[in-house]
Design a protein around this ligand. Structure first.
Ligand code: NAI
Ligand code: 2YC
Ligand code: MG
Length: 278
């Protein structure tokens, strides 16, 4: 499990504001409106408690503060509990919180105490970064219903699923060859029963074939995972991956637009996943 570091979060507030502006330009929706569209939910006046958790590798500097910034930036009522862990959960409930946000090294969740909805960061992150690709409206991007997904882990897999649900043809790549083969064979078996719409539209990405993409999703913890020969001028890279998988040099050479932010976009997706239906 790739854990954030305080250094990953040092520019998080600017990153979130800049990405919100880019997402609005690409999709016509600000990030909170986009999340409301995705989940068909709306915030009311929920009180959101952020509980620092000391388990495993312990508290990550700036993590709770970054969550609080995200909550407040989008106009919601939030606070960080004074206590950590179980005492923090007790404090949240006694403070009449509606939603708790808390993370150990294995899971970062949002739990709505009132409607009992629960959301997982990796699932919600994969979904929102893929939705941004699918809903991007600039002329070239709209025409192309195909995408390249690099990284088929706990974030990349929900992203792949989201692209398929939009009817995209997906080229999939992962450093783990077995993982790629498992994903390809899983979807090729879906040509019977209720999932025929997902069947066969996933193929193994071949770096040497030189196929180019306007829409690329990267969800790996590695550098330089996006190959130059997949890029078009003006490609859109939607990537939760930390660090960024595309070099600055290639980004500038191909005028690549990049949606990338270390925590807030995924967190807002989690919150809208647990809000009440509209
Ligand atoms: P994971 O470990 O479940 O999946 C990562 C996948 O990338 C694995 O299948 C691995 O084989 C593959 N991979 C590793 N190196 C590669 C390379 N050089 N080329 C191609 N594939 C490679 O990790 P998870 O949970 O899916 O997270 C992926 C990335 O997203 C991590 O960097 C994590 O820190 C980040 N993340 C970012 C969030 C955000 O809000 N920005 C939220 C959650 C995760
Ligand atoms: O400060 C705290 O409360 C820590 N227990 C938080 C630990 C978060 C560990 N997870 C991660 O760093 C990554 C993030 C990208 C979000 C999901 N996993
Ligand atoms: Mg994010």
């Amino acid at each position: 499990m790739a854990l954030l570091t305080p250094d990953d979060l040092k520019n998080m507030t600017d990153d979130l504001v800049e990405n919100d502006t880019l997402i609005h330009k690409l999709t016509g929706f600000s990030l909170d409106r986009l999340c409301s569209e995705i989940y068909k939910t709306e915030k009311k006046k929920e009180k959101i408690a952020i509980i620092p958790v000391t388990a495993g590798c312990g508290i990550i500097g700036r993590f709770s503060e970054s969550l609080l910034f995200t909550v407040k930036h989008f106009g919601m009522d939030g606070f960080i509990t004074k206590n950590t862990d179980v005492a923090g959960f007790y404090e949240a409930v006694m403070s009449d919180a509606d939603i708790v946000l808390m993370a150990d090294d294995l899971a970062f969740i949002a739990y709505n105490l009132k409607n009992k909805k629960i959301a997982h960061n990796q699932i919600c992150t994969g979904r929102v970064y893929a939705e941004i690709l699918c809903r991007s409206k600039t002329p070239d991007l709209v025409a192309e219903k195909k995408a390249l997904v690099i990284g088929l882990g706990k974030v990349g897999t929900p992203a792949l699923e989201t692209l398929l649900k939009y009817g995209y043809d997906v080229s999939a790549f992962d450093a783990d060859e077995k993982r790629v083969n498992d994903v390809i064979s899983y979807y090729s078996k879906l040509n019977t029963g209720p999932h025929t719409d997902l069947a066969g539209r996933v193929k193994k990405y071949d770096k040497n074939a030189g196929e180019k993409f306007y829409k690329i999703l990267e969800a790996t913890p590695a550098l330089d995972t996006v190959p130059e020969n997949c890029l078009k001028n003006g490609s859109l890279l939607s990537t939760p991956g930390i660090p960024c998988g595309l070099s600055k040099k290639l980004q500038e050479k191909y005028n690549v637009m990049i949606v990338q932010e270390p925590l807030g976009i995924g967190t807002l997706s989690m919150l809208y996943a647990v809000f009440d239906e509209k």
